[in-house]
Write a protein that binds this ligand. Sequence first.
Ligand SMILES: [Ca+2]
Ligand SMILES: [Ca+2]
Length: 240
Amino acid sequence: MSNKSASPGNAKISIDKMKKDWKLEKGTEERSFACQCPSPGHDQYQNIDFFPSSDPEAEMQAVQRERKCKRRYYPDTRHLTYEGARMTCRKQGLELVKIDSEAENDQAVRVMNIRQKGRFAPALFDGSNWFWIGASDVLLEGRFIWEDRTACNYTNWGKGQPDNAHPLRGGQNYVSVYRGTKMWDDAHSFKTRSFLCYDSSVSLEEELQYGCNEQEEFVTQKPPKMFGLGKTRFFKLKFA
Ligand SMILES: [Ca+2]
Ligand SMILES: [Ca+2]
């Protein structure tokens, strides 16, 4: 930018930082300089960032700010069926979240709690207390896989789950997570719940490193009681 040629002769333009005046120079003087680059995904002449070479700290902050925008998790508080949630994620180029570890399970619940401001609905089975993740056993009963068709190696089932309850109503094939305990349950396809999309191109480490959600505060509320969720109740019939 500062080495742009100017007529007459072969003079160069520099800017006085204090007066902000331009002046013509030979170009052999040593000066600090500023580069410019357009933000990715934008028109070349929009959202231009300047990185002054004389201030590496400011340059690093600009880069970190740019990366911070790459969020991994996209919580959605609307109540949709699993299929509705899956399609909503896909329309945004995202996928229902995949969870491979306890750390990822914790982060997923934390993100949903922040979006819901830690508030739990009075009813245990209200769709805002639960959220869909991208796992199901709809293709083969009892074998849970993620939307990318890989096996669910990490799971966090509640007690007695998955139970594929009410097989006469199609069984339960879609996984949702209770925000209060972080435990998983297989649920019916007609249930409506909030859901969590994610961008698989951004790593969890990157999400955590730049703390995309850490500035948002929320007050944790006590979740409704679980009523022994996960415990399968058996009623024994006695025949005389
Ligand atoms: Ca099932
Ligand atoms: Ca179940």
